[in-house]
Write a protein that binds this ligand. Structure first.
Ligand SMILES: N[C@@H](CCC(=O)N[C@@H](CS)C(=O)NCC(=O)O)C(=O)O
Length: 272
């Protein structure tokens, strides 16, 4: 039995759940509540020393890192295939997981944090907040959490996130231009699965149009992706009551400021 340690509205868990559904696999869920700090429970840290979700456990063996979990699932359960056989296409597919790991993931976290989780941290007592920061066992991650808490949308990490999204959407438009329907052509692959949660989060925050208003190919890709049953099963079915409206309302609060920073990014980096 596959066991997945996960959290409903975690973009990394969403990637894995979409993959599991595409493969038609059954799995047992273990919820790790990221808001109450269950990711730092010593028992959980034995499975995932980074203190993050998701973790897939197969016959007692933990597998961590969402990209690696998705590739593991594809290798272990090859049908239907989500990875192209052609090595050149495979490396193009991995450019999308690299894009996620090299900027988009931090971007989605830092934009989401300054839109909504920031308020939750503000409502903590000083001692709870200090404990929350101290729990983050990685210096860069701790810096990001502190920076977005202190500066919100003005944090330099949010600016980096804006840049990562802009690069990703520009590349998506390029890949889809004259090709498609999926990022690697005819085959729906882990490349598309990698991007779906990151696009979805922006949509729920009401910010997606800032990047894709003039990118018809990306809009069409997104409409297609949302038609897949795995989108509903992997993302939508796991929202808790109130979560969707929380995202929509908090996104609205930062929208104007974020759009201004996006414009500023385009002015400062016109050739990126
Ligand atoms: N690169 C890792 C990132 C995992 C990660 O940071 N997950 C987030 C949720 S999307 C998390 O567990 N955060 C908890 C925390 O930062 O305290 C992966 O892809 O699995």
């Amino acid at each position: 039995m596959l066991e997945l340690y996960q959290f409903g509205n975690s973009v990394c868990a969403q990637k894995v759940r979409i993959t599991l559904h595409e493969k038609g696999l059954k799995w047992k869920a273990h919820e790790v509540n990221l808001f109450t700090g269950e990711q730092y429970d010593p028992e959980y840290l034995k499975l995932n020393p980074k203190g993050v979700v998701p973790t897939l456990v197969v016959e007692g063996q933990p597998i961590i890192e969402s990209t690696l979990i998705c590739e593991y699932l594809d290798e272990t359960y090859p049908e239907p295939s989500l990875v192209p056989a052609d090595p050149a296409l495979k490396s193009r597919m991995r450019l999308w997981s690299k894009a996620v790991d090299e900027g988009l993931f931090e971007g989605v976290m830092d934009i989401s944090f300054s839109a909504m989780f920031r308020d939750r941290v503000k409502n903590m007592t000083d001692a709870q907040r200090e404990q929350r920061f101290a729990n983050v066992g990685d210096p860069r991650r701790r810096d990001r959490v502190k920076s977005t808490f202190e500066h919100g949308i003005d944090s330099p990490f949010v600016f980096n996130g804006i840049a990562a999204y802009e690069k990703a959407f520009k590349n998506m438009a390029k890949e889809l231009d004259g090709g498609g329907p999926w990022l690697l052509g005819d085959q729906f692959s882990l490349a598309d699965i990698n991007m779906m949660p990151f696009v979805n989060r922006l949509e729920y925050l009401g910010l997606l149009d800032i990047w894709i208003d003039n990118r018809a190919q990306v809009q069409e890709w997104w409409e297609r992706a949302k038609q897949r049953p795995s989108f509903i099963a992997g993302i939508i079915d796991h929202f808790k009551p109130g979560e969707e409206s929380e995202m929509q309302e908090s996104g609205l609060k930062i929208r104007d400021q974020l759009a201004a920073r996006y414009q500023s990014y385009l002015e400062q980096f016109p050739n990126n």
